[in-house]
Design a protein around this ligand. Structure first.
Ligand code: CP
Ligand code: NVA
Length: 327
């Protein structure tokens, strides 16, 4: 259905194509668990370009490719000519002649769009400042596994509503007919132009999109509570102070979870700051005196949190993207 197609942003996909990827992800997941996985990518070569750090995305592409019989090259933030001595257009044409598929994680969405235009082989967006489309597949597979459906599910995203996760969740939710809310200070809502695009999609699917700075309107009786880091990779660390002040009221804590539906779940794309066991967590504590950020340790470790199931689903969904576009 989507052989040879790039996966650069959800806006390029139809609801049908998106649902097909979710179904393929489930099948590949079950096949792997039952020990009957078939290798659809034997002899294929894949290159992973990372201009930013990653644990899940990189490892999902590597393990997914290896499970399917493909070979992988990793190009990290340093060590290649990309962007320094060679343009993205030229890199795309070189790598496109060596490899069958290219993953890119970096800064501007435009960069991955240029790669996609010039490579001649499928290019997959593993996160840009604007979008994180592979993450949404894992998130929605996790929600579907829990509730058996996506249509009509009530989801609230709290925090930086105009980062790659806020943007991508909004578009994804519109595509599958969810009742989706961005719950954030008004100046952290997604860009108006992107909201308009999401509303256009919502008209065709019956999705309901709400933008509110009120916790009560945002999370009362909600099924899925989602949050992300308050400062994303590539942002100026100088914004921490302001972001903490703005977003602390939107921290996902027990009081907030108590307002949600009885059977609600907590999701996070990870990595998350919910304790001081990280270098950054310690630094923030020293500077600002807060021990937890977007989610408390209590919620993160609590019964409603299924973040590690969600993280595992990165593998199965990323594998599905490679299989669907290459095999
Ligand atoms: N969620 C996510 O993209 O994680 P990584 O940064 O570890 O890839
Ligand atoms: N918004 C986060 C997502 C990490 C998976 C970031 O870009 O850093």
């Amino acid at each position: 259905m989507i052989k040879n197609k790039n996966f650069l942003k959800l806006l390029d996909y139809s609801t049908e194509e998106f649902n097909y990827l979710l179904e393929l992800s489930s099948k590949l997941k079950n096949d792997k668990k039952n020990g009957i996985e078939k290798k659809h990518l034997l002899g294929k070569n894949i290159v992973l370009i990372f201009e930013k750090d990653s644990t899940r995305t990189r490892c999902a592409f590597e393990v997914g490719a290896m499970d399917q019989g493909a070979n992988v090259t990793y190009l990290g933030p340093s060590g290649s000519q990309i962007g320094k001595k060679e343009s993205i257009e030229d890199t795309a044409r070189v790598l496109g002649s060596f490899y069958d598929g290219i993953q890119y994680r970096g800064y501007a969405q435009e960069t991955v769009e240029i790669l996609g235009k010039y490579a001649g082989v499928p290019v997959w967006n593993g996160l840009t400042d604007e979008f994180h489309p592979t993450q949404i597949l894992a998130d929605f597979l996790t929600i579907k596994e829990k509730y058996g459906k996506l249509m009509g599910i009530k989801m609230a995203y709290l925090g930086d509503g105009r980062n790659n996760m806020g943007n991508s969740l909004m578009i994804g939710a519109a595509m599958v007919g969810m009742d989706f809310k961005i719950v954030a200070p008004i100046d952290l809502f997604p860009e108006k132009e992107l909201i308009n695009k999401a509303q256009e999609i919502a008209k065709t699917t019956g999705a309901k999109l709400t933008f509110t700075d009120s916790l009560e309107d945002g999370v009362t009786d909600i099924d899925v509570v989602y949050t992300d880091v308050w400062v994303s990779m590539g942002e100026d660390p100088g914004v921490w102070k302001e972001r903490i002040e703005k977003l602390l009221p939107y921290q996902v804590n027990k009081n907030l979870m108590d307002m949600t539906a009885k059977d609600s779940i907590f999701l996070h794309c990870l990595p998350s700051f919910h304790n001081q066991k990280t270098v950054l967590g310690k630094e923030i504590f020293k500077k600002f005196g807060i021990i937890e950020m977007e989610v408390t340790g209590e919620v993160f470790e609590g019964k409603k949190s299924i973040v590690f199931k969600q993280a595992e689903n990165r593998l199965h969904t990323i594998k599905a993207i490679m299989v669907a576009t290459l095999a």
